[in-house]
Write a protein that binds this ligand. Structure first.
Ligand code: PLP
Length: 413
């Protein structure tokens, strides 16, 4: 960072300020994490200079011997980590992995069932403003008012609609997803099951959430959420399905050009870390912290959608706190150095801009060494912000500082 500040003070200042924000803030955004120093440094290497269109051993450019080695390591480690036969490590993002898979399996106009955005699905699962909703015939499924997937209702809808593909996976679902049940639904209506495990991939890798791999025809993930790698995407499947739908071709040249080999190197580092025993302990602690935070939040009177969590995140329903919107809580938390995001709750009476909820998760704070007792302190701080912001903000900021000072980032991590 010092090097960048010396050579480009303007950009260097921005990077330094973001480093300080991460150091001094309690990061509760459920989709964010703090990568290891090795994973971060791998991205700032000479690999960024290299064009490598194609795949290891079959490139359109010369001089790819070294990047071939790196990409092959990433592929082999991804396969070992998730117990599958095929991995494509090139997608620049989760959205691009999803686009490649959707284009490989479906033709424009085909019917696709995906969880609707307001129920916790992702934009790429059928939002009208995304390629998925623009080019495909989307049949959205929702969740119950208690916040659960109603598998019987999804089955009924699937039998009626007979979609080409069903997408399982979500951005704001705090419960275990029953992938076996989803496969039964897909089989019953002759659909392909595509699981997007972006949020829970780290938990899956560590055996803390059941794996979709034995049930899904194809699985995608981002690499930067619970998985704790660089920003990027990943596609996993059996060899047979990968060949049948030619996922490689739909990533490149389908939706991308040259792969980001420096990011792929970082993905390889992340997968290597995830294969180590201490990774399992980390993911177990992520889930323990989420449970502890959920319990402490409920003790303070916060309502949680579905009444708790079984993964790394929870959705807080603020409707019992008069006049407290998701937007207010997000902005007020920013002032006291707690970072979280507003999120709609099921049947939200407020607009998506205001919302009646916030989503919070534990992957990033767990990397810093936060434990269950720290979750109680976080719940106290959130309660004070929600109920008595003006008079308690200085006290909360002090309490946040005590926590972040006690758990610095990038020190021995
Ligand atoms: N899939 C799910 C379930 C997500 O939650 C997200 C991101 O939030 C994505 C895909 C897209 O990932 P990216 O932002 O890397 O495109």
């Amino acid at each position: 960072m010092n090097f960048i500040q010396e050579h480009d003070p303007e950009v260097g200042k921005g990077i330094w300020e973001e480093y300080e924000r991460q150091q001094n803030n309690i990061e509760l955004i459920a989709s964010e994490n703090i990568v290891s120093t090795t994973a971060m440094l791998a991205m700032g290497t000479v690999l960024t200079n290299k064009y490598a269109e194609g795949y290891p051993g079959k490139r359109y450019y010369g001089g790819c011997e070294a990047v071939d080695v790196v990409e092959a390591i990433a592929i082999e480690r991804a396969k070992e980590l998730f117990h599958c036969e095929y991995a494509n490590v090139q997608p620049h993002s989760g959205a691009q992995a999803n686009m490649a898979v959707t284009m490989a399996i479906c033709k424009p106009g085909d019917k696709i069932m995906g969880m609707s955005l307001d129920a916790g699905g992702h934009l790429t699962h059928g939002s009208p403003v995304n390629f998925s909703g623009l080019y495909f015939n989307i049949i959205p499924y929702g969740i119950t008012k208690e916040g659960y997937i109603d598998y019987d209702a999804v089955m009924e809808q699937a039998l009626k609609e007979k979609p080409k593909m069903i997408i399982a996976g979500a951005s704001a679902y705090p419960r275990v997803i029953d992938f076996k049940r989803f496969r039964e639904i897909a089989d019953a209506c002759g659909a392909i099951l595509f699981v997007d495990m972006a949020h829970i991939a780290g938990l899956v890798a560590a055996g803390v959430h059941p794996s979709p791999i034995p049930y899904a025809h194809v699985t995608t993930t981002t690499t930067h959420k619970t998985l704790r790698g660089p920003r990027g995407g990943l596609i996993l499947s059996s060899k047979e399905v990968a060949e049948k739908y030619n996922f490689n071709k739909f990533v490149f040249p389908g939706v991308q050009g040259g792969p980001l080999e420096h990011v792929i190197a970082s993905k390889a580092v992340c997968f290597g870390e995830a294969l180590k025993p201490e990774y399992k302990e980390y993911q177990q602690q992520v889930a323990k912290n989420a449970k502890a935070l959920a319990a402490a939040m409920m003790d303070k009177g916060f309502q949680l959608v579905s009444g708790g969590t079984e993964n790394h995140l929870m959705l807080v329903d603020l409707t019992n706190f008069q006049d407290v919107t998701g937007k207010f809580l997000q902005n007020a938390c920013d002032e006291v150095h707690i970072t979280l995001n507003k999120n709609a709750i099921p049947n939200d009476p407020r607009s998506p801009f205001l919302t009646s909820g916030v989503r919070i998760g534990t992957p990033a704070v767990t990397v810093r060494g936060f434990k269950e007792e720290d979750m109680k302190e976080i719940a106290e701080c959130l309660y004070k912000v929600a109920t008595d912001f003006e008079s308690s903000k200085e006290e909360v900021a002090r309490r946040v500082k005590a926590l972040t000072d006690a758990h610095p980032i990038y020190e021995g991590k």
